[in-house]
Design a protein around this ligand. Structure first.
Ligand SMILES: NC(=O)c1ccc[n+]([C@@H]2O[C@H](COP(=O)([O-])OP(=O)(O)OC[C@H]3O[C@@H](n4cnc5c(N)ncnc54)[C@H](OP(=O)(O)O)[C@@H]3O)[C@@H](O)[C@H]2O)c1
Length: 447
């Protein structure tokens, strides 16, 4: 058998410890499939003495993880620390500069610096792989880069954050409110102590930016996404959506469109959506992730599975290592693996300007919390009419004997129409004393 593939492992948390366990448990089958052993030679984390449930005594220890790249015996640096910048980025740059392959699960770093790192990797002739960065254990990058490589991708979208999906599907099952379910998710370890990145859609936006680049051959463009998360979704919205034949899911969605100037633009959105009950994504529950890619010849492809957790994420990291080991077996070494981390070489990635959402046409659910007094409904419907929004259905909930001080919920579903008209209607209502809080708009997923 060929020389082992020697790796340095930075980060021994959930994913890092999972990688050690997986490499130990499946060592023999991995060696057969990879054509060589995959051997950890050095590890690093913040605290050497911490009990991690795995034996790290037999590996060399580096106090300074950014120095691991300088180890001459190492072929691949595996970065499982996290953070878009800081030591993770320094290590990644050092590794590539030193001619090491880099494997990472760090979506924040790839979303912000992926183009720079891929250009450096292509220049240095080393592999850069990040399957675990998008949807954890689901081989969606491989699916797009390899399985769907023959297709023009028309649209890619999906449930990219397990924490949000767990919260929404638990709200759906129990009728409980967001804050209550979030607290329970934190207690059970499904949500971080600081959940902002997840529930405000930033984590999903990182993953979407990476997926879009691979799907459309565009340069990663995270900055314009402006994600909207699930904080403002009420149990009443979920009940309302259900009665209309939908489930609420936080979706990341990307597609390209050609502007009136003939230029190709990139549309990327992370936002809660109403998903028709008969769509496969409506039945993705709990912490599961799912990605849909629509290919012009393959049709709809659905990738579904665990988007996080030590086992699934380690599975994706080690699959990348196996790819690198296999590529080394080929004449010329890393050859096939360096070709293009984003499917096509960085120099050929297209810099697509962001699409303007106002040009988009679709249906939407708009929910208002309003003072319970005469004339409020008329005020809302007049604003819709004046802005050119056509209402398909309107529901008013909560009106009771409780008195005029108790706000009520008004929800409406629009007919197909330009999003710009909805924005205009909301502008007309801005500042209205009838509205107790800003309206919540959720787009309806069209097949
Ligand atoms: N968890 C998942 O399910 C999952 C899924 C997909 C992708 N990811 C990505 O995988 C990466 C790792 O996630 P994780 O959940 O495994 O994180 P984690 O459990 O918090 O582990 C992070 C590890 O990095 C080490 N570390 C942090 N700062 C360091 C520093 N300045 N110098 C040296 N070591 C440092 C920590 O050391 P100590 O242990 O000594 O504190 C810890 O071992 C992140 O990029 C994350 O986005 C995670």
């Amino acid at each position: 058998m060929a020389e082992p593939l020697r790796i340095a492992l930075a980060g021994l948390g959930t994913v890092g410890a999972g990688v050690i366990r997986l490499l130990e448990t499946n060592a023999a089958l991995i060696a057969r499939r990879a054509g060589r052993q995959i051997e950890i030679v050095a590890v690093s984390a913040r605290e050497r003495g911490k009990d991690r449930g795995v034996d790290i005594a037999r590996y060399a220890w580096d106090d300074d993880m950014t120095a691991m790249a300088a180890r001459p015996e190492v072929d691949v640096v595996v970065e499982l620390v996290g953070g878009s910048d800081g030591p993770a980025l320094t290590l990644a740059r050092n590794a590539i500069r030193s001619g090491k392959a880099l494997v990472t699960a760090n979506k924040a770093m790839i979303a912000h610096h992926g183009v720079e790192l891929a250009a450096a990797a292509e220049g240095a002739g080393v592999a850069l792989k990040f399957e675990a960065a998008v949807a954890g254990g689901i081989p969606v990058i491989k699916g797009l880069r390899e399985g769907a490589a023959a297709n023009a991708i028309l649209r890619v979208y999906g449930i990219l954050n397990g924490t949000c999906n767990y919260i929404l599907s638990t709200m759906e099952d129990t009728g409980r409110d967001f804050a209550d379910v979030l607290a329970e998710a934190q207690a059970k370890g499904f949500a971080e102590a600081d959940p902002a990145f997840d529930i405000d859609g930033v984590d999903a936006a990182h993953k979407l930016a990476i997926l879009a680049s691979i799907a459309f051959g565009s340069r990663i463009d995270f900055a314009p996404i402006a994600p909207v998360g699930i904080r403002r979704v009420l149990a009443a919205d979920i009940a309302q959506a259900d009665s209309l034949g939908y489930r609420i899911r936080l979706l990341g969605m990307a597609e390209t469109e050609t502007g009136s100037d003939g230029q190709c633009r990139l549309f990327q959105r992370v936002h809660p959506h109403l998903v028709p009950l008969d769509h496969p994504l409506a039945n993705v529950d709990g912490a599961t992730n799912a990605v849909v890619a629509e290919g012009n010849f393959s049709g709809r492809l659905l990738f579904q599975g665990a988007g996080a957790g030590d086992g699934p994420t380690a599975s994706a990291v080690v699959a990348d290592l196996i790819d690198i080991a296999r590529a080394l077996n080929a004449p010329g070494g890393f050859g096939s693996e360096i070709a293009a981390p984003f499917s096509i070489p960085v120099a050929e990635l297209e810099a697509m300007p962001p699409a303007e959402a106002g040009h988009r046409v679709g249906r939407a659910y708009i929910r208002f919390v309003v003072a319970d007094r005469p004339g409020v409904l008329a005020e809302i419907t007049a604003a819709m009419r004046d802005a050119g929004v056509s209402i398909e259905s309107l529901i008013q909930k909560g009106r009771s004997d409780a008195g005029q001080d108790v706000p009520v919920l008004v929800a409406l579903v629009t007919h197909d129409g330009p999003e710009a008209c909805i924005a205009e209607a909301l502008r007309l209502l801005d500042g209205s004393t009838s509205l107790v809080e800003p309206p919540l708009v959720m787009h309806i997923l069209e097949e």
